[in-house]
Design a protein around this ligand. Structure first.
Ligand code: NAD
Length: 480
């Protein structure tokens, strides 16, 4: 059985206490590897290594740092098949999704920030009575990164790439639920010749490793992606030691479908935006609002489309719905379905565990579920489920749907479907979310700010916004 160990000071190394956690394959329910259950002493070692590497790394030119990122990206491309398979087994998501989304995007994250760092230049402001001002960006020092399980390598690299490109050294903690690709990534960093200590990966539980990162006095900033509940803990810990922090958290995103939409496009994208990755993408639309004149037609068509979702072994290239990530998460989703039923929701499709056969019969599979008849304010429509579960709700006009969409404490993303772009943009401007898509979903230009409002986030990632988070600003004013 593979032991997933830490990556500290350039070496793959076991946890100091010698403790490990079981790592399950969600599609079979079986333990298939073990992952280091590290402690604060491992974080201490990682911070020491990162501090020692910092002077060397920050003094490298941007081009030199970018070259390392590009080298690692090229190794991801080389190991595309192996990494896709590893992500599939570790997470339960379909191999097709790993090959189309997770692994290519992980590669692209590194390539993109290797290029974008060259655009982070000093900014000048000149005014006769205020002098000549130049704003310089410099790295912060050692930074901490904490990432979730839903897009394991994708979100891990999305944070590591800007942090390293900006000249910081890093102590990173992947989710203990999906540690495998971060471990393989560590090996690629060694192969690429990344100087020891520049990146350190410490595996283990949030309350041990995560807590040691957020409370460590030498860590200058923490970039976190995960649930809102954990985000609040991270924010408190960071505040105590005056760390900079960025939080990407939960969502309860609306899909708003107007009667004048391109019906076919709205339908096929809504299927994807609600059920892709078993609904375990923070950007998935879990509340589908449909304008009343097309409500019944859209609902019936969506139910028909849902029958085309192929639930099966994630390693099968034809599978479009895999397993959810863990037994705990499986049970959480099932309990949410019970709540929906007691709240009076009518289950139009799915509604429970999916019966699988053979190797997958003990896996964590849940039927794609659509629920009707719930009020906008009920628990099911307020709380994040993060599974293959969506509700469908009719609306009568713009004002009503804007108010319903904004009822949520979350404000991450949303989609709006209408051929009247003026109306769609008017609505988008009134939805309290950080990312809105009109007539599309998950279309991303990595230069744009990414993140949420309200309980979904603090700060923005992406492009220069992400690079500036990982930088200190200094203004030098010359009296001219
Ligand atoms: P989680 O909050 O349970 O865990 C996230 C990370 O935080 C893990 O690495 C975990 O070990 C760590 N952690 C746990 N307790 C900690 C503590 N006390 N101190 C420091 N770190 C700690 O989230 P999850 O279940 O892994 O991920 C799912 C959640 O992530 C969902 O809510 C989803 O919406 C959110 N998410 C948000 C985005 C976004 O961009 N907004 C993207 C992906 C996922």
């Amino acid at each position: 059985m593979i032991s997933i160990d830490n990556y500290i000071a350039g070496e793959i190394t076991p946890p100091t206490d010698g403790k490990y956690l079981e790592n399950h394959n969600p599609a079979t329910g079986k333990v298939y590897s073990e992952v280091a259950s590290s402690s604060s002493s491992d974080v201490e070692r990682a911070v020491a290594a990162a501090s020692a590497a910092y002077p060397l790394w920050k003094n490298k030119s941007r081009e030199e740092r970018a070259a390392y990122l590009k080298k690692i990206a090229s190794l991801i491309e080389r190991d595309f098949e192996e990494l896709s398979k590893a992500e599939c087994i570790d997470n339960g998501k379909p191999i097709k999704v790993c090959k189309l989304v997770d692994i290519p995007r992980s590669q692209h994250n590194l390539e993109y920030f290797a290029d974008e760092i060259l655009n982070l230049n000093p900014e000048k402001f000149s005014k006769e009575e205020a002098g000549e001002n130049t704003v310089h960006y410099s790295p912060l020092g050692v930074v901490g990164i904490i990432s979730p399980w839903n897009l394991p390598l994708y979100l891990f690299t999305w944070k590591i790439a800007p942090a390293l490109a900006a000249g910081n050294t890093v102590v990173a903690k992947p989710s203990e639920v999906t540690p495998m690709t971060a471990y393989l990534f560590a090996k690629l960093c060694i192969e690429a010749g990344l100087p020891p200590g520049v990146l350190n990966i410490v595996h283990g539980l949030g309350q041990n490793v995560g807590d040691a990162i957020t409370s460590h006095p030498q860590i200058k900033a923490v970039s976190f992606t995960g649930s809102t509940a954990t985000g609040k803990i991270v924010a408190k810990k960071c505040a105590e030691s005056l760390k900079k922090y960025s939080l990407e958290m939960g969502g309860k995103n609306p899909n708003i479908i107007f009667a004048d939409c391109d019906f076919k496009a709205a339908l096929s994208t809504t299927l994807r935006s609600s059920f892709a990755n078993q609904g375990q993408i923070c950007l998935c639309g879990s509340r589908i609002f449909v304008e009343r004149p097309i409500y019944s037609k859209f609902k019936d068509a969506l139910l028909e489309k849902m029958k085309t979702l192929r639930q099966g072994d994630p390693l099968d290239e034809n599978t479009s719905q895999g397993a959810v990530v863990s037994k705990e998460h499986y049970q959480k989703i099932l309990s949410c379905l019970e709540v929906a039923k007691t709240e009076g929701g009518e289950i139009l499709a799915g509604g429970g565990p999916a019966k699988m056969s053979g190797e997958n019969s003990n896996g964590y599979f849940i039927e794609p579920t659509l629920i009707e008849g719930l009020s906008n304010n009920c628990q099911t429509n307020r709380e994040e489920i993060f599974g293959p579960v969506a509700t469908i709700i009719p609306f009568d006009d713009e004002e009503e749907v804007i108010s319903m969409a904004n009822t949520s404490e979350y404000g991450l993303s949303g989609t709006i479907w209408s051929q009247d772009l003026e109306k769609a943009e008017r609505v988008a401007l009134q939805i309290d979310s950080g990312v809105l898509w009109i007539n599309t979903w998950l279309m991303r230009d990595l230069r744009t700010p990414f993140g949420g409002m309200k309980a979904s986030g603090r700060g923005r990632e992406g492009g220069l916004y992400g690079l500036k988070f990982f930088s200190e600003m200094k203004n030098i004013c010359i009296n001219i």
